[in-house]
Design a protein around this ligand. Structure first.
Ligand SMILES: Nc1nc2c(ncn2[C@@H]2O[C@H](COP(=O)(O)OP(=O)(O)OP(=O)(O)O)[C@@H](O)[C@H]2O)c(=O)[nH]1
Ligand SMILES: C[S@@+](CC[C@H](N)C(=O)[O-])C[C@H]1O[C@@H](n2cnc3c(N)ncnc32)[C@H](O)[C@@H]1O
Ligand code: SF4
Ligand code: SF4
Length: 359
């Protein structure tokens, strides 16, 4: 039984040998957005239970048999790279819980993209990162984003339902001491939880040589309890930081989700990912692959494209199915809407929580 009761599915196309021209043309949607970034969720499992993402208990995990193998992930990544994907971001759930994580990184990092080697990035909660980091870097990991919403131990335990802040600090320290740059820290801003700590979080990030990005909380929690009033907005975040520092906008955002500001004219920057009040959908260049092999063209989409059906469908033979994978990637792109509808009264939150979508 999977964690996804009902999704609007798109059936797998007939599997067969790849037509000679199947890789021609990139992943351009009907609004002209060129897709360069594939976020791959490696598992829906996690070492934490953040309130805005997962339920405290009783989560319905994806069946282990439905989780994509390393071979399957690499097969998809190779086709995606041939179609123009340049960055593969490994996420979850907690990607470091995947026992073959180093192999996944190594095999994706070997893929040649259109303009040279692809980038392999990871978003993690940092737990158990320290002992694994040397092997991950050796395998070809190029960038790390680590999530930390508070530097207060009791708050961390309340918010994540696990008393593991010291493990996160250890992971951040290892990343800070490593060669990976830029190092980014993510913090979801929450009213009455950490909104009195925003300056302290930025100072913590500066202290470890990282850049902090605040995230507006999105309606993606497994319990569907999100409410607009408890979301701390971009404006509120800037007002709070503005009491301490002068913030000057940094130009040249491109397709990045974070708007950035220079702090007091100095070398440090802070970012805000305002997915709700200032969505960046017009420049969206992302696709997502869930751990159970469903392609999604938007975090908030209720449609999924059944890639695992292509990979495991009857008569499917490894090596012969790149055309089917490419077709499914294109179908997914073709169905992409211009933006999300969180601000529309008819908005329907996706059935999956963020941990099962791949944040
Ligand atoms: N609405 C929306 N939010 C996103 C999207 N991608 C990332 N985010 C939000 O931004 C947060 C941080 O994302 P990360 O996983 O750190 O990656 P990133 O910011 O895309 O990565 P880089 O900017 O390349 O470092 C996520 O947790 C989401 O909350 C997206 O496509 N749409
Ligand atoms: C889903 S987690 C997966 C990777 C890893 N477990 C982590 O926490 O970094 C990726 C990112 O999504 C963010 N996130 C999760 N649920 C969210 C929500 N409802 N709104 C905004 N961001 C969310 C987390 O804070 C984290 O930065
Ligand atoms: S945000 Fe990341 S660390 Fe927190 S519960 Fe979700 S997947 Fe786990
Ligand atoms: S909400 Fe959807 S369309 Fe908008 S940036 Fe995120 S993934 Fe892209």
């Amino acid at each position: 039984m999977t964690a996804v009761p009902v999704v609007i599915g798109v059936r797998a196309p007939q599997v067969g040998p790849a037509p000679a021209t199947s890789m021609a043309g990139g992943l351009v949607d009907t609004y002209g957005r060129v897709h360069r970034d594939l976020r791959i969720s490696l598992t829906d499992r996690c070492s934490l239970r953040c309130t805005y993402c997962m339920p405290e208990q009783g989560n319905e995990w994806l069946a282990r048999t439905s989780i994509l193998s390393t071979d399957e992930i690499v097969e998809v990544a190779e086709v995606a790279a041939a179609l123009g994907i340049r960055t593969f971001r490994l996420t979850g759930g907690e990607p470091l819980l995947r026992t073959d994580i180093v192999e996944v990184v190594r095999r994706i990092a070997r893929i040649e993209g259109e303009d040279g080697p692809v980038e392999v990035a990871m978003t993690t909660n940092g737990i158990s990162l320290a002992p694994k980091l040397p092997a991950l870097i050796d395998a070809g990991l190029t960038r790390l984003n680590i999530s930390i919403d508070t530097v207060n131990r009791q708050r961390f335990a309340d918010l994540t339902r696990r008393d593991r802040l010291d493990d996160v600090f250890e992971g951040i320290a290892a990343a800070a001491a490593s060669s990976l740059r830029p190092l980014k820290l993510n913090a979801v801003a929450m009213r009455g939880v950490n909104d009195d700590e925003l300056v302290e979080l930025v100072e913590f990030a500066i202290g470890v040589g990282a850049q902090l990005r605040f995230i507006e909380q999105m309606p993606l929690d497994a319990g569907h309890t999100w409410d607009r009033a408890s979301m701390v907005t971009r404006e509120e975040i800037l007002a709070s930081l503005g009491e301490r520092w002068t913030l000057d906008p940094v130009e040249g955002r491109g397709g990045a989700p974070a708007e950035k500001w220079r702090i007091d004219g100095g070398p440090h920057e802070v970012g805000v990912i305002a997915s709700v009040t200032a969505p960046f959908c017009g420049a969206c260049d992302r696709l997502r692959l869930t751990a159970d092999g469903q392609l999604r063209n938007c975090l908030f989409s209720n449609a999924e494209y059944d890639l695992i059906g292509v990979l495991r469908g009857e008569g499917s033979v490894p090596g012969d199915r790149s055309g089917g994978i490419a077709d499914m990637l294109r179908s997914c792109i073709h169905g992409k809407l211009p933006g999300h509808a969180i601000n529309d009264p008819s908005f329907l939150q996706p059935a999956r929580g963020m941990n099962a979508i791949g944040g």
